[in-house]
Design a protein around this ligand. Structure first.
Ligand code: NAI
Ligand code: MG
Length: 503
């Protein structure tokens, strides 16, 4: 690979963008480079299964280089050297550039990840910009307080940046997760070494050319590569002082262990889920059905918050199933650039195989495939929207995160029954309650062990609202003011205001 390798993507005739050409090297200190051993990763478009670009397969020594750059930038141009006001201005400028380049960013995202272009354009890109803008607003607004200790002394808190932080992101919302990580870390004055997912690096690669127009070199360093060695090098790096990860619970565990073994860096983990979506018999059924379908089939089910366990009160089970069936049959599974596509392909061959194995396990364990259950078409990694019924709680499909367009539907009788069933999981990321009785819904919401509860809606994520998991769905919260705390070191400064002797 040359030092300035170019990705060249061509989009279907008639699409709003015909072509995208951009550098795809490791982005370290504002410059593009190949990996230390010049190895590359083939990047696939999951709608066709064909290679669409190659990016460097970063190595541990590349992470070292990125940390050097981040540290130098922290000491010279960022951190305490750059005012909150200026950091905020730059974050908002990057947000504006994301908006200006929304068509091309969404097109790249759609081709690399497989999600419908219409979704990437309506959700991923504008939400990424909104997140950067939101944290731009925070950059000059996070202050410590003054504590009057006694009549002769006071103490005050300084909210300082941590320094060089490491971030590892997944492939389901590549640009949005990039923004969720960048926003709070930069607002607080940290510099960044971030690893993109090996199957979906391209939108962040494109974004580096926008970053280069706004941020000083070294503030944001993007290392493409595999989990091992790039992710492992970040998690165990002695000069990376905090790590944030989004991905599987298994890898989250190994990141926490690596952090513990190395320099005890604090971790935030945003992990898997098996979120319950609870439909009471007094729900507005049309509303419940459409949100339930959106809750599981949005992003082809590849969302940590996916409403993958639907629980229906037994008195309305038949009617709910009939209406859901109609809705699911109407969902359009199609090529990402088709304007009415709703369900795109699984993001990779690996993910397609994992989802297919889960569907097979459901069949083997005796559940009934009510809808779907098969590959869609012959090209790419499409899977039909799938509904399992006759599901027992101990089945794998009822317990394990599938991360695909597959939902299991179960019945419940009353409040105690549903609270027990909903909470019977190692996860606790999200949940939803559908009922016209808002005080009843609120009482159930209080009893659910989950970081988010949606009442009469699903998958609502806003930059200003904290998001994260109970139990094995994670540690810490992203978004909102909560994420500011993740990237802040609090220093307490004590001041003696008198000539008094020690006491
Ligand atoms: P993963 O957890 O392996 O990948 C997520 C990120 O971690 C990627 O950037 C990957 O390169 C990196 N990584 C992999 N091994 C690492 C290591 N040892 N040290 C540091 N970083 C490492 O997830 P994968 O294999 O892509 O998907 C497996 C399952 O994880 C999915 O089926 C799904 O259930 C869950 N998942 C959850 C996500 C979420 O949003 N919470 C996102 C992606 C996957
Ligand atoms: Mg890809």
């Amino acid at each position: 690979m040359s030092t300035n390798s170019i990705a060249s993507l061509s989009f279907p005739a008639g699409h709003c963008v015909s072509k995208a050409e951009f550098s795809v090297g490791l982005f370290i200190n504002g410059e593009y480079s190949p990996s230390a051993n010049r190895e590359t990763i083939d990047v696939y478009g999951p709608a066709t299964g064909k290679v669409i670009a190659r990016v460097p397969a970063g190595q541990a020594s590349d992470v070292d280089r990125a940390v050097d750059a981040a540290q130098a930038a922290y000491e010279t141009v960022w951190g305490e050297r750059c005012s909150g006001r200026e950091r905020g201005r730059l974050l908002m400028k990057l947000a504006d550039l994301f908006d200006e380049h929304a068509d091309v960013l969404a097109s790249i995202e759609s081709m690399d990840n497989g999600k419908p272009f219409s979704m990437a354009r309506a959700i991923d890109v504008p939400e990424a910009a909104a997140c950067l803008r939101y944290y731009g607003g925070w950059a000059d607004k996070d202050h410590g307080k003054v504590i009057e200790v006694d009549d002769s002394k006071l103490a005050f808190e300084r909210h300082e940046p941590i320094g060089v932080v490491g971030q590892i992101i997944p492939w389901n919302f590549p640009l949005l997760m990039f923004a969720w990580k960048l926003g709070p870390a930069l607002a607080c004055g940290n510099t960044i070494v971030i690893k993109t997912a090996e199957s979906t690096p391209l939108s962040a690669c494109y974004a580096t050319q926008l970053i280069a127009k706004v941020f000083p070199p070294g503030v944001i360093n993007v290392v493409t590569g595999y989990g091992d060695p790039v992710g492992t090098a970040i998690a165990s790096h002695m000069r990376i002082l905090k790590v944030a990860f989004t991905g599987s619970t298994a890898i989250g565990r190994s990141i926490m262990a690596a952090a513990a073994r190395s320099n005890l860096k604090p971790v935030t983990l945003e992990l898997g889920g098996k979120s319950p979506n609870i439909i009471f018999d007094d729900a507005d059924l049309d509303q419940a059905v459409s949100w339930a379908a959106f809750g599981i089939y949005f992003n082809a089910g590849q969302a940590c918050s996916a409403g993958s366990r639907i629980f229906v009160q037994e008195t309305i089970y038949d009617e709910f199933l009939e209406r859901l069936t109609r809705t699911v049959k109407a969902l359009k599974v199609a090529q990402p650039f088709d304007s009415d596509a709703f369900v795109g392909p699984a993001t990779s061959k690996l993910q397609f195989d994992r989802i297919s194995a889960h569907i097979q396990s459901g069949k083997d364990e005796g559940a009934t495939v009510h809808l779907g259950g098969k590959r869609h078409g012959t090209e790419g990694y499409f899977i039909e929207p799938t509904v399992f019924i006759d599901v027992r709680p101990e089945m794998r499909i009822a317990r394990e995160e599938i991360f695909g367009p597959v939902v299991v539907i179960q019945k419940f009788s009353d409040d105690d029954d549903i609270v027990a069933k909903a909470n019977d999981t190692i996860y606790g990321l999200a949940s939803a309650v559908f009922s016209r009785d808002i005080s009843h819904a609120f009482n159930i919401a209080k009893r659910l062990h989950a970081g988010s509860v949606w009442i009469n809606c699903y998958n609502q994520l806003n930059p200003q609202v904290p998001f994260g998991g109970y139990k094995q769905s994670g540690i810490g919260r992203e978004l909102g003011q909560a994420a500011i705390a993740n990237y802040t070191a609090t220093k307490s400064i004590h001041v003696n205001l008198t000539q008094a002797n020690p006491r």
